[in-house]
Design a protein around this ligand. Structure first.
Ligand code: SAM
Length: 298
């Protein structure tokens, strides 16, 4: 099958059966507050060995429901399965019912690849704005998302399963191999207090005199992708700005003279960051599809 035909097949993130990022009503609240911004990008690295051509792959009940009831796919039809550890595989649906099912691996379309990207810390927004921000940030390559509680945050609750499902769908659509981690909300002061030393954090602050600079600490050769912090609709308080200025790992950045909505600021900040890193040749490496079925398999 040529790459262009394979590209039309539906794409599903394939964590190990039972570890799906799609909503699972039976799962309780997430116990993990805060993210490690130095952690690997995929929250569900697959412990199973990568498939080989012909291998059977178990499908969870959630995956079978999504494939059969939402995408209306049937046995004999093909999909693309991916995760950061396996790369991307063309696979055929062998069986499918409400308890689960099986795929058969056909050929590897892309090898596994690291997808390093920035961590986005954002003051929790209202539901629709948060959903949009998670979708856009995933498309723009973040490796993890950290909702933050600030003094002026005007939303207190978040449905993490819903956000993880949105991130999974955005990863499927944008041809990523990894799905960004979405952490439980954490207070800004606690996050700053536990921040790994030496890990640069860019804090976007409106009405600053200095623009984003190419020489900022995440855009120098060899630098890690870094982290970006976006404040709430009401902005950071003077005390929060003082706390940010007092942290040696924080650089305050401007995103221009206009005052942007928080979700627009997140997109502008991520794009500026990527552009600065790409100018220095430290941006993400694209992974090309594999040349032919002959080169597939491991
Ligand atoms: N209420 C604030 C005001 O009127 O000054 C504006 C807050 S803005 C809607 C929400 C967040 O987006 C800010 O906390 C900041 O992180 C980011 N932001 C918006 N515009 C920005 C800009 N021009 N430069 C840097 N950050 C910006």
């Amino acid at each position: 099958m040529t790459g262009s035909i394979a590209a039309t097949l539906p794409r599903l993130h394939c964590p190990p059966a039972g570890l799906s990022a799609r909503p699972d009503p039976a799962r309780g609240p997430d116990p993990t507050p805060g993210l490690d911004p130095t952690a690997s990008p995929d929250p569900t690295p697959c412990p199973d060995p990568a498939p080989s051509p012909g291998a059977a792959i178990a499908m969870s009940a959630e995956q079978a429901h999504y494939l059969g009831s939402v995408l209306r796919r049937r046995p004999g039809e093909q999909v693309r399965l991916f995760n950061a550890g396996w790369g991307e595989w063309r696979a055929e649906i062998v069986s499918l019912d409400k308890r689960g099912g099986t795929w058969r691996a056909l050929e590897r379309l892309r090898p596994p690849a690291a997808e390093p990207g920035p961590t986005l810390l954002f003051a929790l927004l209202k539901r629709d704005a948060t959903d949009l921000l998670v979708r856009m940030a995933t498309e723009l390559g973040v490796s993890s998302l950290q909702p933050v509680l600030t003094a002026r945050t005007n939303a207190a609750r978040v449905n993490l399963e819903r956000l993880r499902a949105i991130a999974t769908e955005a990863a499927e659509q944008s041809e990523r191999l990894s799905v960004p981690a979405v952490a439980a909300p954490a207070r800004l002061d606690l996050l700053l207090g536990a921040w790994p030393p030496g890990e640069p954090l860019l804090a976007a602050v409106e009405r600053l005199a200095t623009p984003v600079r190419d020489e900022n600490p995440v855009a120098v050769p060899g630098a890690r992708p870094g982290s970006l912090l976006i404040g709430p609709e009401g902005g950071f308080t003077p005390a929060e700005l003082d706390a940010l200025r007092a942290c040696p790992f924080v650089t305050l950045i401007s995103l221009g003279s206009r005052i942007l909505r928080a979700e627009t600021a997140a997109v502008a900040g991520l794009v500026s960051l990527q552009a600065a890193r790409e100018r220095w040749g430290v941006g993400p490496q694209a992974t090309a599809p594999e040349a032919s079925p002959d080169s597939a398999g491991r």
